[in-house]
Ligand binder design. Structure first.
Ligand code: PGA
Ligand code: ZN
Length: 429
């Protein structure tokens, strides 16, 4: 018997920020330490993501997760009982083997991820260290640059505008806490600008202001105005990051901008984005082209990859093999890391290791369907990824993560280093 062997695993159905069911796993070790974690859920998902198991019964529109919960309480619990939680790689390998499918279609990535993360929490509790320190050791002291949404859009706002995330980063901030302070002011001023123009229509899925705009450009202009009114220099102090989420409105090299009733091919969309980069203080663009448009990704990266960060989300789905393939063709320079796109911590970390091998940057990211779970904050610090994307600056499921990062920075004290923009992706050729 070893103090960090698994005594029991229990799963329950809990609810996410959209009021939809999701899986929570709780692991108790032989020494009595307990770890708990909840799987998040996306809305604009990549087709190559690991499978999120939903019951498909009439309850909750087919979205119930009682099968996934049952797998944890049955098969997974039996297989892992007595195993060491200390060996994360072996534990995750066991989950992968047990599932036996390439994409976790049998047990569900929501089941396996909740277990994988809960095991890490349990060991950290057993060792009495914060999760980031268990993951990265005492030398993991790099605080990430936050990417924070000001306006939501795309699939997160009823397609009111085409672009999904209008975000800010704070290149001029001296530490994580200051980046949040500046973002709070930009978010507040963005709300005031919107209010002057008409009634405020609430917030989108991840808490960004509802995008009441006539064009995509108008959203960008309003964001610059909010940065200025908040008293910051656009670009130098506060800059713009976009998630185009182009797979949502394009495939096979054809893109339909609904807001502008325009149809574009890859080069047409690239031209629009290049114009925006010239006109607005944009430092990062995620999924500029659709997940099936690797050639477009490579062309855009050749055109803009030395100036800005180009992030693959749906395009790379946190997959180490896809990261290596993308690097071989010069597509993107940064990978978004969403643990539930793979279904275990180890596989997500493999994507980050592959990224570092090929000179790509990494951004640890939440999903649009979230909970109070703050595991990703600890992954960002523990892995030294240098960037963290959580959604906007309202709603408890978002603030739980920003606030947890504040606690981590405070605890690191003088040892904390702020990544600033040093961790941003840049193509070398
Ligand atoms: P999702 O969106 O969680 O709805 O997939 C987040 C993102 O695209 O980054
Ligand atoms: Zn995305």
């Amino acid at each position: 018997m070893n103090p960090q062997d698994i005594r029991s695993i229990h799963a329950r159905r809990v609810w996410d920020s959209r009021g939809r069911p999701t899986v929570e796993a709780e692991i108790t070790l032989d020494d009595g330490a307990v770890g708990r974690a909840i799987a998040p859920a996306g809305a604009s998902k990549g087709t190559r993501e690991a499978h999120e198991l939903r019951d498909g019964t009439p309850r909750f529109g087919g979205l119930d997760v009682m099968q996934a919960v049952g797998h944890v309480n049955g098969e997974i619990g039996r297989a892992l009982s007595g195993a060491s939680a200390r060996d994360q790689a072996a534990l995750d390998r066991r989950l992968i083997e047990l599932d036996g499918t390439p994409n976790k279609t049998r047990l569900g990535a929501n089941a396996t991820l909740a277990v994988s993360m809960a095991a890490a929490h349990a060991v950290a509790a057993s060792l009495r260290v914060p999760l980031h320190e268990y993951i990265g050791g005492a030398e993991a002291t790099l605080m990430p640059m936050p990417q924070i949404q000001i306006f939501g859009g795309g699939a997160h706002a009823g397609r009111r505008v085409d672009i999904q995330d209008f975000m800010v980063v704070c290149p001029g901030a001296r530490n994580f806490a200051e980046a949040l302070e500046w973002t709070a002011e930009v978010y507040r001023h963005a709300g005031l600008v919107m209010q002057e123009r008409g009634p405020l229509r609430g917030v989108a899925d991840e808490g960004g202001w509802w995008p009441d705009f006539a064009t995509n450009e108008q959203a960008l202009e309003t964001l610059v105005e909010a940065i200025e009114r908040a008293g910051y220099a656009p670009g130098a102090q506060v800059a713009i990051a976009l998630d185009i989420a182009a797979s949502e409105f394009g495939r096979a090299g054809r893109y339909t901008l609904g807001l502008e009733s325009r149809e574009l091919d890859s080069d047409g969309l690239i031209e629009v984005l290049l114009r925006w980069i010239d006109r607005y203080p944009i430092v990062s663009i995620e999924d500029p082209l659709a997940e099936d448009d690797a050639e477009g990704f490579a062309r855009f990266t050749r055109a803009a990859g030395q100036r800005i960060q180009i992030v693959g989300d749906d395009f790379l789905v946190s997959d180490a093999t896809l990261v290596r393939e993308a690097a071989a063709r010069g597509a993107a320079n940064t990978v978004l890391l969403k643990p539930n796109q793979r279904g275990t911590l180890s596989e997500t970390r493999d994507a980050w290791l592959a990224a570092q091998e090929v000179g790509y940057a990494g951004i640890v990211s939440a999903r649009s369907g979230e909970t109070e779970d703050t595991t990703i904050v600890h992954l960002a610090v523990g892995w030294g990824a240098g960037q963290l994307k959580v959604g906007s600056f309202t709603r408890g499921e978002r603030m739980a993560k920003w606030n947890e990062a504040l606690r981590v920075e405070e605890r690191l004290g003088a040892r904390a280093r702020f990544a600033g923009t040093t961790a941003f992706g840049r193509s070398r050729r």
